[in-house]
Write a protein that binds this ligand. Structure first.
Ligand SMILES: Cc1ncc(COP(=O)(O)O)c(C=O)c1O
Length: 407
């Protein structure tokens, strides 16, 4: 008789977003006519730029003509796009070969799938709080033990809190795979070069591999902060980097990302080039390449005009972040992040629990936020506010909070 992958049963129920939806619906039903404003979701809202639209249209038009039509492309991505991504890294002083770049349908699938090329006995370390995909994909892949309350056995949680500026110390124990996200979802903290160097040194010493999620790197405006882990010397020997067009170019619905797997990476049983070839094997077996239309859009996004136009949208979201930051700070709340990242991480007043404060915010200000506890145990007592949204909605939500939230 067929049996299921029992690891799925280990997953603590995906509580966060369904529970937010349930409580919001409940409130709406009891308070019909009340307008609810959302500061909870990390989804882009502003339209694609003219250059990107032109690129996408050219992708569509190529498909209309027998002379330019293409079917399946290279699973690793269009060579022109892989080269354009290498050029993007070259601006940061990072040199990559195009066969170290794997174009994908987004950073979420890559960050979920990457664990599959590593041994199930690998010990995983995650920042706490963290983007939930890192933990859940490792649960499904059989890299963890059972859920024990809010944590899983065999995962090393690296607390990120006020004391360490929301960036963790390197683990005390020996771990094999380390997930780092900077700029961070949910805390909005950005690792400094020194902080990343600490992890690169740890990984080199312990023969560990860092999975570095830089999906929000384009939100960094402080020139001293690294946008890529490869800005740290030695990182190409120990780090995989995952990035996306979702937040830098509004491709959340278009779907396009990339993963850098340097040939220099080694594992106990994998010599030079092997990890790169395993990811190539995984992608060529289980993925048929990103959409050719999306890739034309991605190529356009990486042109000078595309980058400049998208910078304008990033600045628009960051102005939202400033509006939220100053309003919440003026109310006496402790606000973190939101400076080089589109997320603000806010301490609940009077030591309220995250969900308790969620309910208070919804009932008093009619604003939906994301409870920090949904991102890991160290998120308890915080909430995440997203700067993605139309300005008028952001301003209205902030005014509701200022006028109606009792703290
Ligand atoms: C840290 C992080 N990584 C990856 C993603 C997903 O990116 P993509 O849309 O490219 O799948 C998100 C989306 O919210 C994210 O917050």
């Amino acid at each position: 008789m067929v049996r299921i992958n029992e690891n799925y049963d280990k997953l603590a129920s995906s509580y966060l977003f369904p529970e937010i939806a349930r409580r919001t619906k409940n409130f709406s039903e009891k308070n019909s006519g009340v307008k609810i404003l959302r500061l909870g979701i990390g989804n882009t809202t502003e339209p694609l730029t003219p250059t990107v639209i032109k690129g996408l249209k050219s992708g569509v038009e190529k498909l209309a003509d027998v002379k330019t039509y293409t079917g399946y492309g290279d699973e690793q991505g269009d060579l022109r796009l892989r080269k354009a991504i290498c050029e993007l890294y070259a601006r940061l002083g990072v040199s990559l070969e195009h066969d170290e770049v794997f174009v994908s349908d987004g950073a979420k699938p890559d960050s979920a799938n990457i664990q599959s090329i590593f041994n199930t006995a690998s010990v995983i370390a995650v920042q706490d709080p963290a983007y939930p995909v890192y933990v859940d994909s490792n649960v499904i892949g059989g890299h963890t033990g059972k859920a024990n309350g809010v944590v899983y056995e065999k995962i090393v949680y690296m607390p990120c809190n006020e004391e360490n500026g929301f960036f963790p110390q390197v683990p005390k124990e020996k771990v094999d795979l380390i997930y780092l996200c900077s700029p961070n979802n949910p805390t909005g903290a950005v690792a400094t070069k020194e902080q990343l160097k600490g992890f690169v040194d740890y990984a080199t010493k312990n023969k560990a591999i860092i999975i570095f999620d830089s999906a929000y790197s384009s939100y960094i405006s402080d020139k001293s902060l690294p946008k890529s882990i490869y800005e740290i010397s030695g990182a190409k020997d120990c780090a995989i980097e995952i990035n996306s067009f979702s937040k830098s170019a509004g491709f959340t619905g278009v779907r396009l990302g990339w993963c850098i797997v340097p040939k220099n990476l080694i594992a106990e049983d994998a010599p030079f080039g092997k990890i790169n070839s395993l990811w190539n094997r995984r992608q060529t077996t289980m993925f048929n390449g990103a959409s050719n239309i999306a890739q034309e859009g991605g190529l356009a996004a990486l042109t000078e005009e595309g980058l400049q136009e998208n910078q304008g949208i990033i600045e628009y979201y960051m102005e939202n972040a400033r509006i939220i930051h100053s309003a919440l700070s003026e109310m006496g709340l402790k606000v973190y992040g939101g400076i080089n990242a589109p997320y603000l991480w806010v301490k609940t007043p009077n030591n309220m629990k995250s969900w308790e404060f969620f309910d208070k915010m919804l009932s008093e200000a009619h604003v939906v936020i994301t409870p920090g506890s949904g991102f890991g145990p160290s998120g308890e007592g915080y909430f995440r506010v997203s700067a993605f949204g139309h300005r008028e909605n952001i301003v209205e939500a902030v005014n509701n909070i200022k006028n109606n939230l009792k703290i």
